[in-house]
Design a protein around this ligand. Sequence first.
Ligand SMILES: [Zn+2]
Length: 438
Amino acid sequence: MEKVIMFKPELETLSREALLEYQLGLFRKQMAYVYERAPMYKRKFNQAGVRPGDIKTIDDVQRVPFTVKEELRQSQEKYPPFGDFHCIRPEEGVRVFQTTGTTGIPVRSLLSKKDWYVNYYEQFMYFMYGYGITKSDMMFVPFNYGLYLAWWGLQAAFEQAGVLIVPGGGQTSEDRIKNIMEWKPTVVCGTPTYILFLGDIAKKMGVDLSKTNVRIVITAGEPGAQVPSTKKQIEATWGARNYDDIGSTEISNFGFECVAQKGTHAVESMFLAEVIDPVTGKSLGPGQEGELVLTNLCCESMPLIRWRMGDIVKFDVKKCDCGRTFLRLDGGVIGRADDMFQFGGVNIFPSAIENFVRGTKEFSNEYQVIAPKMGSGKHLRVRVEPSSPALSKEEMDRAVKAFKETFKFRIGVTPNVEVAKIGELPRFEGKARRVIRE
Ligand SMILES: [Zn+2]
């Protein structure tokens, strides 16, 4: 394990009881603040018959209604452009972002000076120390700067902390590889899919990325860093450690993987994290798989209260090898509640399929899953590509057979596997959409 450094050790190593007490204090304050400032919350709390003063213990939090994406969309439709869930006026904002809209109409957010320069900075400092990054590091950011938060916040915070930034926007992937060679950054960030794609491009250019100065690859946007075979591949391609960063544009970034690489820590001094049964909404305990619910305990612009992330996770509250007591998402984000699909009576997460595809050396990193409608009598189809044109038909047949067996053994369903031509499957620079429902 690399050397452990912490941003706020006094908070990061608090006992669970003390941490819950600390979170309760912030939650009560935050609830009173949004009740006062954001009409949407006032309405919701009134309807649910719960007032800020009613929250006396951490269990009382369960009386507070959830917030979901559709409410934010409806609020912005009714009160454009920002809706009535913000706690600041537009003139108090210094930055706007919007979601990618991959799952519908995008949601806009407005951030105050304090959120952008103080709160975002602080939350990303937990990440920076967690990854073992210091002022002597240099970070290359291969990202198309726009309305989507993605790497904006992390870059701004690291820059404020003194890390030298090489902006990699507005460049082709080939140019990015050249810049990595010339500038010699020690840290690179991106989605797992794009980071691996850069690896393919480098290979074509005759560049061995494992020989560069890059020692840390931060990935976000997809579960990759917590999919064992994807992580292994990223680390081998780049000759670097791969650490997870999780968040979303609405709630911002709330979790990082530490150097112990034993799951993704939630920044519990700034976020309250809960796990619920996605169907009944009931609270679940540590070790139980369910939907992640988060509350911004420090944000002043648009704190989200009991925000349903749609991510399926499992908590581990045991102290980590790094010494932190902040809970860990065991296996990171296991899947998306809305990406999960049912087939043959089992719940299937695309990340599980990804693990098998990327664990098969005869297959490239690209794949596609075609899930037919229930009761259609059709097979689940997985499309893959050979990793090299040199592979013979016999070698591919053998790989497909082994893949089907693993799939059947681990998931309980036998898929039809189709081998596409090299380069035939779609490539993604941002979030990959690999499941097609028929
Ligand atoms: Zn740790």
